[in-house]
Each structure stands twice: as C-alpha cells, then as structure tokens.
Design a protein around this ligand. Structure first.
Ligand SMILES: Cc1cc2nc3c(=O)[nH]c(=O)nc-3n(C[C@H](O)[C@H](O)[C@H](O)COP(=O)(O)O)c2cc1C
Length: 190
C-alpha cells in the first residue's frame, strides 16, 4: 500500500476548537469559533488566530486590537459549534447560548465564564495571508478555573474538564492518558 498525493490543503488535525470572544462593550460582545489557532512563542507568550475578513468578529477584533481565547470542553461542545455557524450580526451569542460575559483583566474584551481557561490576547500584528488574516498576539493574562487546581499539589487538571478537539469536521472529547512528557526516555524503577 502506498500513499495518495493530494493537492495542498488544510490537513493538520486534530486541532482545538476554541471560542474567541471579543467586543469593547456589551452591545459589541461576540463569540466566534476558531480552529486556526495555536501557540507561536513561549517567551514572550504569544499565540495566533486566523480569521476570514468577512466574519463579523474580524472588524471587532481589528478595531479593539484584543480578543480572548476561551478553551472548550465536552460540556461546551454545543455552544462551540453554534457560535461557529451563526453570525453575531443576527444573534447575541452569549444570550442565545446562556454564556456569561466577564470583562477581561487586561484588555477590552469579555471572557466566557463557563470556559475553564481564558487567554487574554493583545494583537501585535495582522498578516493578510489570503482567505484568512492572521492575528499575531501577545498573551497578556491567563485566567484558570480554580476548581481544576489540585488543592494539595497545585497541579492544574484541565483534562478533568474533558477538553474538546476537532478533526476533519467532527468534534471529539479527549480521554485516555497514554504517557507523559519524557516517558520515552525515562529509566524504569527497579
Ligand atoms: C469548528 C469550527 C472551526 C472554525 N474555525 C474558523 C477559523 O479558524 N477561522 C474563521 O475565520 N472561521 C472559522 N469558523 C467559522 C466561524 O466560526 C463562523 O463563520 C462564525 O459564524 C463567524 O461568526 P461571526 O460572523 O459572528 O464572527 C469555524 C467554525 C467552526 C464550527
């Protein structure tokens, strides 16, 4: 069996499907689901989102230079999909999905309270790539759900919230632990 050679396409999967919230005041608040996102630098902490200019959220993020990446979980799967198929032109997505906006600590944008991790991002640069424009951003604050922090060890247990991932048009919950960083070179205890 060989490999088929396909034309260039978007084939890096699985990916997260995050809810990006934006807007300087309640009348402008919006949520857009984004899969073209990722970390691009550790120090300074930086990340990106790529957004089509025709999205309602595009102009809001560009004007304010700010947005929040809200990580999603199994219980947020419905809202994640809905915010990715409906436009803020017609709907208040916070109200429709029963999500709670809480103003971010360092930027002019709302966070989604129900998400376990809210990453506050300040836009540094916009690269017009083609179908999508890439917002390259500094992470200026991270808000983590206290209930997921182990009281004894201080370890953040994001996996307890069952993070969502997206692959070839489908959503999956993450699950079984199969190793930890460096396990391939770890010496076995005698
Ligand atoms: C799983 C998923 C991932 C998506 N990823 C992106 C993305 O990375 N960039 C983008 O511009 N739109 C993406 N979309 C589409 C937008 O979320 C969608 O067009 C949304 O309705 C735009 O909302 P708005 O017009 O209120 O900004 C995605 C949709 C879904 C369901």
């Amino acid at each position: 069996m060989g490999k088929l050679i396909w034309k260039p396409g978007t084939m890096i999967y699985p990916l997260p499907a995050v809810m990006v919230s934006c807007g300087a005041d309640p009348g402008e608040f919006n949520i857009i689901t984004i899969s073209w996102t990722g970390t691009i630098c550790s120090d300074p902490a930086m990340c990106y989102i790529s957004v089509r200019p025709e999205r309602h959220s595009y102009g809001i993020i560009k004007k304010n230079g700010a947005y929040v990446i809200n990580l999603t979980t199994k219980s947020l799967a419905f809202a994640t999909d809905w915010c990715g198929v409906k436009s803020g032109v017609k709907y208040n997505k916070f109200t429709e999905m029963g999500l709670t906006p809480v103003m971010a600590s360092k930027i002019n944008a709302p966070m989604i309270k129900e998400s376990p991790v809210n990453i506050e991002c300040k836009v540094r640069d916009i690269i017009e790539l083609g179908s999508h424009h890439m917002f390259i951003s500094d992470v200026v604050a991270v808000n983590a759900e206290e209930e997921l922090i182990d009281k004894e060890t201080g370890v953040f247990r994001l996996n307890d919230a069952v993070p969502l991932c997206y692959s070839h048009g489908k959503y999956y919950e993450t699950g079984k632990l199969i190793g930890k960083f460096g396990f391939s070179v770890e010496k076995k205890k005698k």
